[in-house]
Write a protein that binds this ligand. Structure first.
Ligand code: PRX
Length: 636
């Protein structure tokens, strides 16, 4: 494979855990346990599954009779909500705080497990009264407020499927996802707070609904209180419905098959439309709870803060489901990390006594830029562990996070995983020695490899394709309404080995430590957010002045990568600075501000293959001034 712009040289330093960490760790000997777990992965996962409550025990741990459509805990009956909420109500944890939420303006709300259950039951009954049934897909488009969690949990409770669309997405992205899901009911909010400003979600929803004829009911939480347009017979206020007798606080938890769908979550892929990744009640519950518990050494007294947005997989698995199943106290924050000051997070850690912080390299680099003094003003000694996810954590940011935030006492769990994997696949444990920038080794039960085009393992230290060799309970089951695409995207390339293609490149060093390098497909990671080049390009060509467009990722100091677009204008249109700004704004309006290109360049032609495919790899190499690689397929 060609050298990559994001390539980082492995570092030699190693960090060992302290006595304090070793003493209390759930897992003390990774090597031994790992060996045992891969000798019988299904047995390992069945033992972990026994920690959950099942309405009926499964018949088969792993049914692999229809590869790659694996089924875990087949024949079992369960509901993730029974494990995340109901079972905690039977003991002292009914009074434990499930959620401590802080809004950006500083308002605070807390929910005990008892109160969370009340909210979830009430809203579950509201959904039922709106005709939502088992298997229906409800789209949720919200800011980071407690009602987002409540809506997701209420869907799961009654067996409906949630499809959460990240609140930072805009009209086109939302409409496309509603249409693919065929949702009849949409749950949203009037707006949310971000850097002191209102983000008008309902305005975006109203536009998206015009493009989504399946929507019959839209339920809106009043968060910001600004004027919004509500349509008779379609639009309802959340608080009105929750005040009606139909919103009874008593609701049965639906008995589900282990393999029934819990949610779909759209993510960007190599081709055109976003794909609805499908996760199920049983395997996903086992996988998120087990990984969360062992990787972050979860104890009852912890205060767990995963500072992601619930609208992404990180939020689904590690704000909501994994932590609730482990009866954690969850911290959730609505707004920007640097509002009104760059110490907002550090202040919250001190104020709430957060013991574990899990965030992204972009957030770490962004806060690092403001200097150490903001963190030094706060007592962060409550922290025990730190975590990172979403993109490679460069050693410089690793050291800052470790020394300035963790005071050299908190191991950093740099977890590698994907929307499709449901939970951590490659990750350190608190007791394992750490190398800054490496994601350590596979989690228990998992086997991975770094291979060449033909599936042959590359020598130690060399870059290759990262693959997962064996199935795991948290794996995506399919792509919603498109099983062929599921096979094509993840299983086709290494079909003869039966391995899962991650789409990432990596290398393994002489100690077996894994170093993730970058995506090797048409996916761009910007600030840890996953975007498809095709989506950005189609937003660009939807503007009347654009004939053709290509989007690539180029390295960026804080965001990891930034989007650079190359545009061929329609004849008669001249490119100028004003048009650059218009096009940037157009992409942000259609897709959301995370997709706003960093730079747009007007060009006369784009390098293409003879079959007409844009060769983004060549554009990128030219922009970086590096070797263009194999050009035999380039059309002259
Ligand atoms: O490229 C890898 C990168 O994020 C991709 C998955 O993106 P998404 O589905 O949005 O899920 C992100 C949160 C789980 C991966 O293919 N990635 C994720 N974690 C890491 C990472 N790259 C390097 N190091 C990580 N720890």
């Amino acid at each position: 494979m060609k050298p990559n712009a994001n390539e980082r040289k492995p570092v030699s330093e190693i960090y060992y855990p302290s006595e304090r960490i070793l003493k209390d760790a759930h897992i003390k000997d990774y090597d031994k346990l790992y060996k045992e777990s891969i000798a019988d992965p299904v047995g390992f996962w069945e033992r972990e599954a026994e920690n959950l409550d099942w309405f009926k025990r499964w018949d088969i741990g792993l049914d692999d009779s229809n590869k790659p459509f694996y089924q875990w805990f087949a024949g079992g009956k369960i509901n993730i909500i029974h494990n995340a909420i109901d079972r905690h109500l039977k003991n002292w944890r009914r009074n434990k705080l499930a959620l401590i939420w802080e809004g950006e303006p500083g308002d605070i709300r807390t929910y005990s497990y008892f109160e969370l259950n009340r909210g979830v039951c009430k809203f579950a009954n509201v959904l039922k009264s709106m005709g939502v049934k088992k298997g229906d897909i409800v789209t949720i488009y919200m800011p980071q407020i407690p009602e987002l969690a409540i809506s997701m949990l209420a869907c799961a409770k009654i067996g409906a499927v949630h499809s959460v669309v990240y609140g930072g997405f805009s009209v086109e992205a939302l409409a496309e996802r509603i249409q693919d899901a065929h949702s009849r009911v949409l749950v949203t909010a009037d707006g949310g707070w971000r850097r002191g400003k209102i983000k008008d979600l309902k305005g975006i929803v109203n536009e998206a609904i015009k493009r989504s004829p399946t929507i019959e009911v839209c339920i809106t939480v009043k968060r910001t209180g600004h004027d919004v347009y509500m349509e008779n017979d379609r639009d309802f206020w959340y608080h009105d419905l929750m005040g009606l007798p139909i919103a009874s606080p008593v609701c049965d938890t639906e008995v589900m098959d282990a393999e029934d769908i819990l949610f779909i979550l759209y993510t960007s892929g190599t081709t055109g439309r976003p794909k609805g990744v499908v996760h199920t009640h049983g395997g996903y519950a086992v996988y998120t709870a087990t990984t969360h518990k062992y990787v972050f050494d979860i104890k009852d007294e912890d205060r767990w803060w995963c500072a992601a947005d619930p609208g992404w997989i990180t939020g689904h698995s590690y704000i909501i489901y994994g932590p609730l199943i482990n009866a954690s106290t969850i911290i959730m924050y609505e707004g920007a990390p640097n509002h009104p000051y760059p110490s907002r997070w550090w202040n919250m850690i001190e104020k709430y006594g957060v013991t574990i912080l899990y965030t992204s390299p972009t957030a770490i680099r962004g806060l690092m830029r403001f200097g150490d003094q903001w963190a030094k003003r706060h007592d962060l000694s409550c922290l025990r562990l730190l975590g990172s996810v979403g993109e490679p954590l460069n050693p410089e940011a690793w050291r800052w996070y470790y020394n300035v935030i963790g005071k050299a006492a908190c191991p950093i769990m740099d977890t590698w995983w994907q929307t499709e994997t449901g939970g951590f696949v490659i990750t350190p444990l608190p007791v394992t020695p750490l190398k800054p920038g490496s994601v350590f080794k596979p989690f228990l039960g998992n086997q991975i490899a770094v291979v060449d085009e033909n599936g042959k393992e590359v020598p130690k230290g060399e870059e290759g394709f990262l693959v997962i060799k064996t199935p795991w309970p948290g794996m995506a089951r399919t792509i919603h309404r498109d099983p062929d695409r599921y096979v094509e995207l993840y299983w086709k390339k290494f079909e003869k080995n039966g391995w899962y293609k991650t789409g990432d490149s990596a290398r393994i060093d002489e100690d077996g430590y894994i170093w993730v390098i970058a995506r090797v497909d048409e996916v761009i990671k910007v600030s840890g957010y996953r975007l498809g080049t095709a989506e950005i390009e189609s937003a660009l060509v939807s503007h009347p002045s654009v004939a053709e467009a290509a989007a690539i990722a180029l390295p960026h100091e804080v965001k990891g990568n930034a989007i650079h677009a190359y545009v061929i204008l329609r004849s008669g249109i001249t490119g100028n600075k004003e048009l650059v700004d218009i096009l940037k704004e157009h992409v942000a309006h259609e897709m959301g501000s995370i997709a706003r290109p960093e730079a747009i360049e007007f060009v006369d032609s784009l390098p293409k293959t003879r079959s007409g495919k844009i060769m983004r790899r060549v554009i990128k190499a030219r922009a970086l001034g590096i070797d263009e690689g194999d050009l035999t397929t380039l059309d002259e």
